[in-house]
Design a protein around this ligand. Structure first.
Ligand SMILES: Cc1cc2nc3c(=O)[nH]c(=O)nc-3n(C[C@H](O)[C@H](O)[C@H](O)COP(=O)(O)OP(=O)(O)OC[C@H]3O[C@@H](n4cnc5c(N)ncnc54)[C@H](O)[C@@H]3O)c2cc1C
Length: 460
């Protein structure tokens, strides 16, 4: 008798989910792979949404990486507009809600890759004209709203990197933009030494920046059911639309109810092969807690590269678990949180812990702050740049780095990310032979100078 095919069900069809599905199918072609996705699209670039709203990317279709038809050509069946609502890991069944109602899907292997959703904790956040951004269709709805003349005065709640990128995008689209940030600094995950003056810089570009301004809720304007005012601890701001960008929470309610181990934040706990505490059940992407390589603790880190990588590793491990494939060949090492952004021609980037985070973790911290030039001082287009580095005074090991400068300077953070993950000391890093050419930097690369400064303060 022919052997029944082993089935893999993947819940969530973006970065982690599709990476898992495609990798598993490549490694184990006998697997019967199905992806269910709550929304209408799979494999879309959320990271490109600010570019779409800014008009740099003209067509939303350009942000779609893979269609369900193309996925099927690669052996992966997709059911869109189908959400998992319950899970029974003992009977291996997922209850789904789709266009034709409820259904129960059996699986042999399951991967949860449901990502995270934007928080919207503000009162009356469900009024029309209040948006949150996650999926490509959120970006399309938002653009249609602005283009229909209802986004003339817009408030962005939250001055993190998505809020700032969107502020620039809406300005380009012709809106009057109010950016409300509850603390004293924009980009609060960065060290204030690096973001010093950022609020004035952004204000000069035309964004109305409201610092220490905690939005508390919305109320209607002249049109019933439609946002008209944002209330805060400071003044009320009259608007015709608002974007809430105050963080995300993992979409793991149904999984936690089924007994999967999770942090109190809802992030699912997994091992190095992305296995959960249930047999034949994996999880990957923004919905899981990965080991932070500096603190050693499981941490939610909602970033695209780690999500794609976790998805692949889950797929690899699932293929190996069919017992017909050797492996798994890869494990997930962990995360450090390497990010970069472009803002009105400025590049900002970060990897690892900033000074405040390192102190909170109990490290005896050595720091350096280097203000220097982005290229040889005689080169046209030379700009100021700043690097801050943090290391452990006892071991000399790097804990984190941040920088701000012209937009291409942000790429330098990758060297610091390599050093961090290799466990390098500041002294060792200061000895690295970096490239020199007048068009790209000074002879002594700003990161090397920052590391040398730290080397003078550490014990090893
Ligand atoms: C505006 C914006 C800009 C960003 N920019 C960057 C950037 O520059 N760099 C970077 O590294 N990261 C960036 N990110 C973050 C990055 O997009 C995410 O880290 C990445 O998409 C996570 O992939 P994921 O597959 O884990 O989750 P998601 O992309 O959230 O995908 C999960 C999918 O699961 C579906 N789903 C959820 N629940 C269910 C369910 N119950 N049943 C079925 N399907 C379900 C969702 O509809 C979704 O399609 C940005 C995010 C946003 C919103």
């Amino acid at each position: 008798m022919p052997r029944a095919m082993t089935s893999l069900l993947v819940v969530g069809g973006n970065a982690a989910g599709m990476s898992c599905a495609l990798k598993a199918k490549r490694r184990a072609p006998d697997l019967d792979v199905t992806v269910i996705e709550a929304g209408p699209n799979i494999s879309y670039s959320s990271c490109g949404l600010p570019q779409l709203v800014a008009g740099t990317v003209k067509d939303p279709e350009d942000l779609l990486v893979l269609s369900p038809e193309k996925a099927l050509e690669r052996g992966v069946a997709v059911r869109t507009k189908t959400a998992a609502v319950a899970l029974n890991p003992y009977t291996k069944e997922v209850t789904v809600q789709g266009p034709k109602g409820r259904d129960a899907l059996h699986y042999d292997k399951l991967c949860i890759a449901t990502g995270a959703s934007p928080l919207n904790p503000l009162k009356h956040g469900d009024l029309k004209g209040v948006f949150a951004l996650r999926h490509i269709w959120d970006g399309v709805r938002l653009m249609e709203h602005v283009d229909s003349g209802k986004g003339k005065r817009l408030a962005i709640i939250g001055g993190g990197y998505v809020g700032l990128e969107m502020a620039e995008a809406f300005l380009k689209r012709g809106s009057e933009v109010h950016l409300m940030q509850k603390g004293p600094h924009l980009l609060p995950q960065f060290d204030p030494d690096i973001t010093d003056g950022l609020d004035e810089f952004v204000a000069q570009k035309g964004v109305r920046v409201h610092l220490d301004c905690e939005a508390t809720g919305f109320s209607e304007g002249r049109r019933e059911g439609h946002v008209g005012v944002v209330h805060s601890n400071l003044d009320d701001i009259h608007v015709d639309s608002a974007l809430v960008s105050v963080g995300v929470r993992p979409n793991t309610g149904f999984a936690a109810k089924a007994g999967l181990h999770a942090l109190s934040t809802g992030h699912l706990l997994v091992d190095d092969n992305m296995r959960t505490n249930f047999h034949d059940l994996w999880a990957a992407g923004d919905c899981v807690a990965a080991r932070h390589l500096i603190t050693g603790r499981p941490t939610g880190m909602p970033l695209a590269l780690p999500s794609n990588r976790m998805g692949r590793i889950a797929g690899d491990s699932i293929a190996a678990s069919t017992e017909r494939i050797p492996g798994p060949s890869q494990t997930f090492a962990g995360v450090v949180g390497t990010v970069a952004m472009r803002l009105f021609g400025l590049g900002l980037a970060q990897t690892g812990l900033n000074e405040a985070q390192a102190r909170k973790e109990g490290f005896d911290v050595a720091t350096s702050l280097v203000e220097t030039k982005s290229k040889a001082s005689y080169m046209p287009g030379v700009r100021d740049m700043a690097v801050k580095m943090v290391a452990d005074r006892d071991t000399g090991k790097l804990l984190g780095a941040e920088l701000a400068g012209p937009e291409d300077a942000a790429l330098r953070i990758n060297a610091a990310a390599v050093a961090l993950q290799a466990g390098m000391t500041a002294r060792k890093f200061a000895e690295v032979e970096t490239m020199y050419a007048p068009a790209f930097g000074p002879v002594w690369d700003p990161l090397l100078v920052a590391a040398s400064e730290i080397a003078k303060q550490v014990r090893k």
